[in-house]
Design a protein around this ligand. Structure first.
Ligand SMILES: NC(=O)C1=CN([C@@H]2O[C@H](COP(=O)(O)OP(=O)(O)OC[C@H]3O[C@@H](n4cnc5c(N)ncnc54)[C@H](OP(=O)(O)O)[C@@H]3O)[C@@H](O)[C@H]2O)C=CC1
Ligand SMILES: CC(C)CCC[C@@H](C)[C@H]1CC[C@H]2C3=CC=C4C[C@@H](O)CC[C@]4(C)[C@H]3CC[C@]12C
Length: 436
């Protein structure tokens, strides 16, 4: 029985529906929101106790945290308001093509350099960020929950959804909502979440440098994540073709996730190293750095091959039958499986599934290397103190990516049917050749 059929059977089961629509949203909401406060305390070596009212002020934030958070949000919005090049995203099932501001790398570079200048002018800024981390996460949490409440009210008003309220809060209602002239997902996922990730990495590394212990391990983590994040911003328009943007709606999962979960969990290994310094030797650190750079480059290469191929496939020249600039992968013309499908309006369309280059080896090789990158930048935190909680990000991501493989394949099977089945026969492995 195919996965699609299995899923169909599950969808019809009342138990599955209760779990998916009634149980998962509230449990995840409580679990993840509390987890952030626990992470904030754990990282600083304190015993986490979310029920201790003495910690409540952290949830309300403090002056520094509010200024930091308000500035980060406003700064990100300004970069989406300024005039500039527009990238038009892929069409929704209804044929709408969302516009995005294509100034991601400039925003990233200017923000990072400005932070480094600020760090030189006010050397205490990084320590203040580190020490106010529980309050910063508290503020981000308040802002994110408020945003999700607005997304729910506005989305349900427009969509007239019949799903349970908490389910809509958790998964979101709309695919491309806009707020104050900004695309909400570009603002939360790319501009605030990932930029905070970078700034926190720089801040925690600076504190560690000042402390003078475990610098080799911390530097490996910081350098690798900086390369990874600069790569992300360079490729930002490619991100607009991914599952998060074309399939997942704007709600708690994505928006709260990027505003709160990313700054807390994705930086946790460096935050944790300030209190529990890495014991990694310089030699091991150098090897880990080289391996990590290799993994980031391969992950980028895999995404890039698909992006170049899609650009050619969607080009006017190819559609007009003139061929266009043929795509070559690994020195040979790219091979693919034509994949016709019907969109939500009933119109017949045609896409193509790449079967050569990296995409001829595994269907989700990018996930494999994503996970290896994460392994390289969290392992310094584990040296000397064990993998838990230092490598929580790695364990979380392993679960998220394996789950995402199935989510993505369900989506593709439903969209492409027989062409997808042919593709899975041509490229039989998901993440690891001959194994999985
Ligand atoms: N650090 C983190 O938390 C995470 C990072 N990532 C990273 O984000 C990046 C994007 O990931 P993601 O969006 O999940 O997945 P992909 O970039 O793999 O995109 C999947 C989509 O690509 C299309 N596709 C699939 N196979 C082919 C093929 N052979 N040829 C052409 N098109 C194909 C399908 O969409 P279509 O309908 O257009 O055909 C499919 O839904 C990756 O680098 C990943 O590692 C991802 C998740 C979490
Ligand atoms: C709240 C929780 C239940 C789960 C939240 C998950 C989200 C925060 C993450 C889900 C998918 C993640 C991402 C996908 C692809 C990305 C591209 C990569 O190059 C950079 C990271 C990221 C934007 C990443 C960010 C976190 C998620 C949205």
């Amino acid at each position: 029985m195919g996965r699609q059929q299995q899923k169909g059977a599950l969808d019809a089961s009342p138990l599955y529906n209760v779990v998916r629509y009634q149980l998962v949203p509230p449990v995840f909401l409580l679990l993840f929101t509390a987890a952030v406060q626990i992470l904030a305390a754990l990282g600083q070596g304190r015993t986490p106790c979310p029920l201790d009212f003495g910690q409540c002020y952290r949830i309300l934030g403090n002056d520094f945290a509010w200024i930091f958070v308000a500035f980060s949000i406003l700064w990100a919005m300004v970069w989406l308001w300024v005039p500039g090049k527009i990238f038009v995203g892929p069409p929704t099932p209804e044929g709408y093509r969302p516009p995005y501001k294509a100034n991601g790398f400039l925003y990233y570079a200017v923000t990072s350099v400005t932070f480094m200048i600020a760090q030189n002018l006010y050397p205490s800024i990084s320590r203040q960020i580190y020490e106010s981390m529980p309050e910063i996460l508290g503020c981000l949490n308040n802002v994110a929950l408020l945003l999700c409440a607005w997304l729910l009210l506005d989305g349900r008003r427009k969509k007239k959804s019949k799903s349970p309220l908490l389910y809509d809060f958790y998964r979101g209602c709309e695919l491309h909502p806009r707020l104050f002239g900004c695309d909400v997902k570009q603002l939360t996922n790319c501009r605030i979440g990932l930029m905070l990730w970078q700034i926190l990495v720089l801040a925690f590394w600076s504190v560690q440098w000042e402390n003078g212990s475990g610098v080799a391990g911390a530097s490996v983590s910081a350098i690798l994540q900086t390369i990874y994040l600069s790569k992300f911003f360079h490729w930002e328009t490619g991100y607009f073709n991914t599952l998060d943007i074309t399939y997942d709606r704007a709600g708690y999962y994505l928006c709260w996730g990027c505003l709160v979960w990313v700054p807390s969990l994705y930086t946790f290994h460096l935050y944790h190293q300030v209190t529990f310094p890495s014991t990694m030797s310089s030699f091991t650190a150098a090897i880990t750095l080289l391996l990590g750079i290799g993994c980031v480059l391969i992950n980028y290469r895999i995404d890039y091959e698909k992006q170049v191929f899609s650009a050619w496939w969607n080009s006017k020249e190819r559609k007009a039958g003139k061929g266009g600039k043929a795509v070559k992968l690994w020195g040979r013309p790219a091979t693919y499986i034509a994949a016709p499908y019907t969109d939500a309006t009933g119109a017949a369309r045609e896409s193509a599934l790449l079967t050569s280059g990296c995409w001829g080896i595994a269907r989700h090789g990018n996930y494999t290397f994503e996970l290896l990158c994460t392994l390289c930048w969290t392992i310094p935190a584990a040296s000397g103190h064990g993998p838990i909680p230092a490598m929580l990000y790695f364990f979380f991501l392993a679960g998220l990516l394996v789950h995402r493989v199935y989510r993505d394949e369900d989506k593709c099977q439903a969209k492409y049917g027989k062409s997808w089945d042919k593709y899975t026969k041509t490229v039989p492995n998901r993440m690891i050749p001959y194994i999985y």
